[in-house]
Design a protein around this ligand. Structure first.
Ligand code: FES
Length: 111
């Protein structure tokens, strides 16, 4: 049995992330954003990789989140940086919904 893959943690009720919305979470030291894209939940780091801004204060359009500070964009399904000034991808986390609760797989040592 490997501990390296991390562990699933319940982080929110699925109904707390309505379709098209972003929910900010603080999990220990880590800030995570949950996104509901057409009923599927995705999770990334909430802090922009360009400077310090919370993506949960930005805008979600389909699978793209736009940072509120300088307008950089990321694909929330992959974390990929899509537009300037963002160049580094966001960390992403696997998600699942069980019994109406959102769970995310956090790497070992997270939080
Ligand atoms: S802080 Fe997000 S684009 Fe600059």
């Amino acid at each position: 049995m490997s501990e390296d893959v991390g562990s699933w943690q319940r982080v929110a009720a699925a109904e707390d992330v309505p379709e098209g919305e972003i929910l900010a979470l603080r999990l220990g030291e880590r800030q995570v954003a949950l996104y509901n894209v057409e009923g599927r939940i995705y999770a990334t780091d909430n802090v922009c990789t360009h400077a310090y801004a919370l993506l949960s204060d930005g805008w979600l359009d389909g699978t793209v989140v736009e940072c509120p500070l300088h307008g950089g964009q990321f694909d929330v399904t992959t974390g990929e940086a899509l537009s300037s000034p963002c160049e580094r991808a966001l960390s992403t986390f696997p998600t699942r919904v069980a019994e109406g609760q959102v769970e995310i797989l956090l790497p070992s040592g997270a939080g």
